[in-house]
Write a protein that binds this ligand. Sequence first.
Ligand code: PBG
Length: 322
Amino acid sequence: MRRTPALRRLVAQTRLSSSDLVLPLFVKEGISEPAPIASMPGVVQHTRDSLRKAAAEAVADGVGGLILFGIPAHKDARGSGADDPSGIVQVALRDLAGEVGDATVLMADLCLDEYTDHGHCGIVVESAAGEHTIDNDATLVRYASIAVAQASAGAHVVAPSGMMDGQVAAIRAGLDTAGFSEVAILAYAAKFASALYGPFRDAAECAPRFGDRRTYQQDVANSDEALREVALDIAEGADMVMVKPAMAYLDVVARVRRMVDVPVAAYQVSGEYAMVEAAAAHGWLDRESVILESLTSIRRAGADIVLTYWAAEVARLLRDPR
Ligand code: PBG
């Protein structure tokens, strides 16, 4: 059954479709030109204008959705920019609601790390001995407020990525109380404490100033725990669940897929992108083939939706194969 391309196509079990792909976009407050990200060649921090243009093009290319990350001009301990109605993500969401509106799915990453001066995903408390811990429950109050700000600005989906316990329930309650019962939650449910987020922390300028994220993100060594995190998030009201990163965690994607009956997303993260781009730039890998193989494999493992920095390019490639 492998004899001809037509036969292989006929019996292919997994198909890649542009409508399954979500494009992450970065928008930075107060810049007048798009700023390249050195560790993610081809990806930029957008201005409001360049974001509008990139979003419109990606939607025309056929991507299934967009997810926004904001980089505020000023950061503080409580991440005030995250839920400020005139904060960068809220402003950009309103721009995009006008530009592409219901032609796509507008998602917003819901976290504090891009907005806090310490770079952590939650409210940090310091003990008398100088030890830092994250105040889980104080963070939930902030997350609920951010969710309402993003929903008011036009997000169809909010995507909490901070891995605080109880975050989905707190956000669902906050949204419902404010009249946003139709805004969906894509939970970063099984998010691992991965070194593959390195380039993203350049892109979002959010590397933690002290410590690391291992007290709230999942231990790389565990997959049973991922299933527990996913089950909790669904019980709390998650409409979709995500595994992150993707390629090194396909076992987790497959186990989650077997366990749940909600859509499963996987995030092909910045480090996965950077590795392929770097090797391809040296001529060590066939760039397009590896991109398509990686995405097909993530879908084969069981992801319905893939977040990937190559979403728009792959959408074009699927439409006009070379
Ligand atoms: C947290 C967040 C991170 C990513 C998405 N949301 C960074 C982190 O947890 O350190 C990483 C995405 C990527 O690496 O592409 N707001």
